[in-house]
Design a protein around this ligand. Structure first.
Ligand code: HEC
Ligand code: HEC
Length: 292
């Protein structure tokens, strides 16, 4: 009797193991296939300025989009996550220093990365949130590239990115934006210039930076960061919908909401929104309030 039970327990466990391994292999090949997909895109080239006004404007774009959060304040690169199960990813060193990708990138390469989320080989970049950037105006995208190119070289060689076993499963389930090129409308043509004014239209333009976490409908939900905090609803139906403009400005500048909640910059990057002007935050609030 005991031998029979042992035998059947063994068979059950072995079958379970086979099922788990098979499911993992399906996830693995799904993710690898999507990472190795080569995209054919029509890169619309634009001139990249070199004057100091453009570089200064690009520095603001870099701060407003929170690029430094992953690439470092000196563009030297920064390891954002290093977990044996989920994986490791670093915003690479963008300068011309040792380990910097700036050594051999052309204007077209920078543009392809920001507009299409694609690397030199035509494959999707890993994790880089280009889906929040590709609609930037030609002026803004050109100035941020001008800023990157104007930065002094910093030596910093970071280890290569990789997905761990759990990271592969989460990616296959689309819980992690591991292949941003999939999330981009590659036919989209940006405006040459976007008017910077206190209007819902300009707020909509700025709100691109919020969609990756707050979801494109701004209703919040699951975080794109594995294990990340539940993301709040910031549309008219959420708490910020009831705030005055000055309360909205104060919350996004100090990290403290009118209800007294302290926002953690690692979850909700309020140090990024703290760099926005009153007019920019008002425009954002105007737009978010139109989303019922
Ligand atoms: C969430 C983290 C994150 C943020 C925010 C981010 N990046 Fe990245 N970026 C990455 C990662 C990771 C890569 C490397 C992708 C790869 O090598 O596949 C990358 C790659 C790049 C590349 C391509 C580098 C190359 O190999 O050619 C450029 C250019 C770039 N980022 C610029 C920016 C700019 C400009 C911003 C802000 C507008 C920004 N990034 C914001 C994570 C980030
Ligand atoms: C990296 C992810 C991320 C990005 C990018 C992001 N948020 Fe958030 N945001 C969060 C999370 C997570 C919370 C919830 C924090 C909490 O509950 O403590 C939050 C909360 C908020 C709140 C407070 C809501 C409340 O009910 O208290 C406001 C306001 C807000 N975000 C506005 C914005 C705006 C505007 C942008 C774009 C400029 C933005 N966020 C970009 C993740 C993000």
């Amino acid at each position: 009797m005991i031998r029979k039970i042992l035998k059947w327990t063994g068979i059950t466990l072995a079958s379970l193991l086979v099922v788990i391994i098979a499911a993992w292999l399906v996830a693995y090949f799904n993710v690898r296939g999507r990472q190795n997909k080569v995209y054919e895109v029509n890169l619309r080239e634009i001139a990249i300025p070199t004057d100091s006004a453009a570089v200064a404007a690009g520095k603001r774009v870099f701060e407003m989009k929170g690029c430094g959060g992953c690439h470092g304040a000196k563009l030297e690169g920064h390891t954002e996550l290093d977990d044996p199960l989920v994986g490791r990813f670093s915003g690479p060193n963008l300068t011309r220093g040792k380990g910097g990708v700036g050594n051999d990138r052309t204007d077209a390469d920078w543009l392809r990365a920001l507009r299409h989320g694609i690397n030199k080989e035509g494959k999707s970049l890993f994790i880089m949130p280009s889906y929040e950037y590709y609609k930037m105006s030609d002026e803004d995208i050109a100035s941020v590239i001008a800023f990157i190119k104007a930065q002094p070289a910093v030596d910093s060689d970071l280890p290569r990115d990789k997905l761990g076993p759990l990271g592969i499963v989460l990616s296959a389930l689309d819980k992690v934006p591991f292949a941003p090129a999939e999330m981009i409308d590659h036919e989209y043509v940006s405006k040459p210039v976007v008017k910077k004014e206190v209007s819902a239209a300009y707020g909509e333009y700025l709100s691109m930076s919020c969609t990756g976490c707050h979801h494109p409908d701004f209703k919040g939900g699951e975080s794109p960061i594995p294990g990340g905090k539940f993301v709040a609803d910031i549309s008219a139906s959420g708490k910020p919908g009831k705030w005055s403009h000055s309360q909205f400005i104060a919350a996004l500048r100090t990290g403290k909401t009118p209800e007294g909640k302290e926002l953690n910059n690692a979850e909700m990057p309020w140090k990024m929104t703290a760099t926005y002007t009153d007019d920019e935050l008002t425009a954002l609030h105007l737009y978010l309030q139109t989303i019922k």
